[in-house]
Design a binder for this molecule. Structure first.
Ligand code: AHR
Length: 330
């Protein structure tokens, strides 16, 4: 079969055009270094998966680093990103303080920094350009408001026959804004409530945002106060799920003997609500990747961005858990 020269030239031209279009499509637009804190919870896994998927969608060469719950590893990772001359650095501050020096190094190298999920406290706000995250103070307030409403509607009485409902709290990682914000929000809402006198905070201790630690700390609360605890506020769902195991092991009925409210709204907690073992969860939305990379690209193109953007969050309880479960992405 003879193929004409014209046909060959057209075919070759088309092939080259396709190859160069393809090459353009796969060439990443920017290189971004991202330091994640670890994999302590179902929420964190969802957040990491979302960041990685959004990086692909936004055509970003993502240099991802897992700090294994150590601030020093995050600082090392950020220093490595600076040496690699990435276009932008993103990180989740495991704790709020201790970032000034490394962020100054990034600023000197003229690499913009973005924060995701948790807040930080720095001496100079220009050390980071923008924050995409969640409002943990509002989450704490919502948790108490849900409890107060539930207590009023159900005329809940102290199990020990006393005059106050006893609350125990499982706190998150010490120094993390997600823990301090939720604590302050919860305390403020409690102190501002006209029903303030109904409640007593019996015990409050860190469970480090993990299921195992949540279970362990709840076991120790139950050892001291088995028949006194009325309400558990757990600053994340993983700790609440661990606590449920401790409550059942102590021969009590979670959600009935002890009202259980978590934070995050992960699928595990929805299942617990559907199974009648938990009462409510305040959403902390981990799906922040798309907004993060959209904002990062604006920064890199010199466009203005908001300093702080919070993602939308709701509250779920046994009245809507089943219906909402079907559409949950995490
Ligand atoms: O910073 C967000 C918190 O961190 C989530 O509530 C928790 O599950 C996670 O580990």
């Amino acid at each position: 079969m003879r193929i004409s020269k014209t046909f060959m030239a057209v075919a070759l031209g088309a092939a080259l055009a396709t190859t160069s279009m393809f090459a353009q499509a796969v060439e990443p637009e920017y290189t971004i270094g991202f330091s994640q804190i670890g994999a302590e919870s179902e929420w964190r896994t969802a957040n990491t998966n979302d960041v990685k998927a959004a990086a692909v969608k936004h055509n970003i060469d993502l240099k991802f680093s897992d700090a294994q719950q150590k601030q020093e590893n995050q600082i090392k990772a950020i220093r490595t990103f600076i040496a690699q001359k990435v276009d932008l650095i993103g990180f989740v501050p495991i704790v709020a303080t201790g970032w000034d020096n490394i962020l100054r190094e990034a600023k000197r190298a003229k690499i913009p920094v973005m924060i995701m999920d948790r807040d930080l406290t720095v001496s100079d706000d220009s050390l980071y350009v923008a924050k995409i995250g969640t409002d943990s103070y509002a989450e704490g307030r919502k948790a108490f408001d849900w409890i107060d409403n539930y207590v009023t509607q159900n005329n809940l009485k102290p199990r020990n026959g006393g005059d106050k409902l006893n609350i125990v709290i499982l706190e998150g990682t010490v120094g993390a804004s997600a823990a301090t914000g939720r604590s302050h929000g919860f305390d403020d809402a409690l102190n501002e409530s006209p029903n303030k006198g109904r409640y007593n905070i019996l015990a409050s201790q860190t469970g480090d945002f993990t299921r195992a630690k949540g279970q362990e700390v709840m076991e120790s609360f139950l050892k001291s106060y088995r028949d006194d605890i009325d309400i558990l506020f757990s600053q994340n769902d993983d700790m609440a799920l661990g606590a449920i195991q401790a409550i059942e092991a102590a021969g009590l009925k979670p959600s009935k003997d002890i009202v259980i409210v978590g934070c995050d709204a992960v699928k595990g907690m929805f299942q617990a609500m559907i199974d009648g073992k938990a009462n409510a969860t305040v959403e902390c939305n981990p799906l922040q990747g798309d907004l993060f990379f959209t904002t990062a690209k604006k920064i890199l193109k010199g466009e203005p961005v908001e300093k702080s953007v919070y993602v939308d969050e709701g509250v779920f309880d046994t009245t809507n858990a089943k219906e909402a479960f079907a559409t949950r992405q995490y």
